[in-house]
Ligand binder design. Structure first.
Ligand SMILES: *Cc1c(COP(=O)(O)O)cnc(C)c1O
Length: 373
């Protein structure tokens, strides 16, 4: 087996999916699988959960294409920009796109040779893409684009995972207002605004939950993790291997820049993972990994492909497995980022290994020998 891999447990993803769906059994459910399913591998995950979702959502055309090309038939919504040329392909592949600008919508409408399903994007306060609540007339103009078949309208929350609920309430209110003002024009089949946090913390689920990080067992914020309104199971772990163990004398240095100097005799292990695998260099001298159930401190700078840890009090040897993120929330906090970024950073060099019923059933490699056992 490989030195460094990302282990993904499909049963846990399904467990989380069932928990999330049980928030509202009548709501539709979109699995958000952008950025290669937050790094865990979109194609495999979509195939495993396709029967249990209503929609998949991605960020870009290429991601939607990858899913269609691998046989996914459920509706797919792209959440971000699609250029006119890709919109033609979306119409052919039955991929749905957002509309948030009349100029772009006009270009897309003109280039299309058949109808394309679209969702009107509404900016209720997130400030990214979408029409605002004072642009009702503009929104209604979308009606004039005969090749754009408006089936839905959606918005996105910006603070649903925070303590103060007032801004989420304001966003929801604006959303309801815009839908109310435009529903006779478009006869929406359904509308959607809830991300994970909106569904879990605010009980906003209609008509569809767009669930991303929680599906993979990570709470959208520390607050939601503490509140624990829902029980989620982390569905992945990043694992590496000890490649070398040595004794180090007092005064010896470890790694680039000599940022670590042993102040006593130590035992140091080298691990086969680095920032090129997506383990941030900012963890240098900071983070801890876990070996044989014990925490081991990173010593010196994280290199591109390797790093060193303190195993003075650990019975460590070459070939031992290393759990890279014993607490991924704490790791993210320690370098001022969020778990989303740590997950999506995990590089293509890291194979994804999938488990089901406690057994490995699939290995996906993006580079190297593809059919190795
Ligand atoms: C990424 C994204 C989601 C999913 O967000 P999570 O916080 O992972 O639940 C939902 N909707 C939109 C528009 C997104 O961009």
């Amino acid at each position: 087996m490989c030195d460094t891999f990302l282990l993904v447990d499909i049963d846990k993803i399904k467990y989380n999916l069932h928990k999330l769906r049980s928030l509202d059994k009548d709501a539709m459910f979109a699995g958000v699988v952008k950025a290669n399913a937050y790094g865990l591998g979109a194609v495999t995950i979509c195939k495993e959960i396709e029967d249990e979702v209503d929609y998949f959502a991605v960020a870009r055309f290429d991601e939607a294409y990858e899913l269609r090309n691998s046989g996914i038939i459920k509706p797919i919504l792209i959440l971000g920009y699609v250029c006119p040329n890709d919109a033609i392909k979306c119409a052919k592949l039955n991929i749905e796109i957002p509309v948030y600008d009349l100029g772009l919508a006009k270009q897309i409408n003109e280039i299309l040779d058949r109808k394309l399903k679209v969702h009107i994007a509404l900016d209720t306060g997130h400030g990214r893409i979408g029409f605002r609540d004072y642009e009702i007339d503009k929104i209604k103009e979308i009606k004039n684009f005969e090749n754009l078949e408006v089936i839905s309208a959606f918005s996105h929350f910006s603070t649903a995972d925070e303590e103060d609920t007032s801004y989420t309430k304001l966003q929801e209110k604006k959303f309801t207002y815009i839908i109310e003002q435009t529903k006779d024009t478009f006869n929406y089949q359904f509308t959607h605004i809830a991300n994970d946090a909106g569904a879990i913390k605010h009980g906003i689920t209609k008509d569809m939950i767009r669930s991303g990080i929680s599906l993979y067992g990570i709470y959208p914020s520390d607050l939601l993790k503490i509140e624990k309104d829902i029980e989620l199971r982390q569905a992945f772990s990043l694992i590496s291997t000890i490649s070398f163990v040595k004794d180090v004398k007092k005064g010896q240095y470890i790694s680039y820049g000599r940022t670590f100097r042993a102040d006593k005799a130590m035992k140091v292990a080298t691990i086969s993972i680095g920032y090129a695998d997506g383990y941030p260099r900012s963890f240098s001298n900071k983070a801890k990994v876990k070996i044989a159930g014990k925490e081991a401190q990173i010593l010196g700078r994280v290199c591109m492909d390797q790093m060193m840890v303190d195993v003075t009090n650990i019975n460590a040897k070459i070939g031992d497995r290393v759990q890279i993120y014993p607490d991924i929330y704490q790791a993210a906090n320690s370098i001022d980022t969020i778990v989303y970024e740590l997950m999506t950073n995990i590089n293509m060099r890291v194979p994804r290994i999938y488990m089901k019923d406690g057994e490995i059933f699939k290995k996906v490699k993006y580079i190297g020998e593809m059919n190795e056992n």
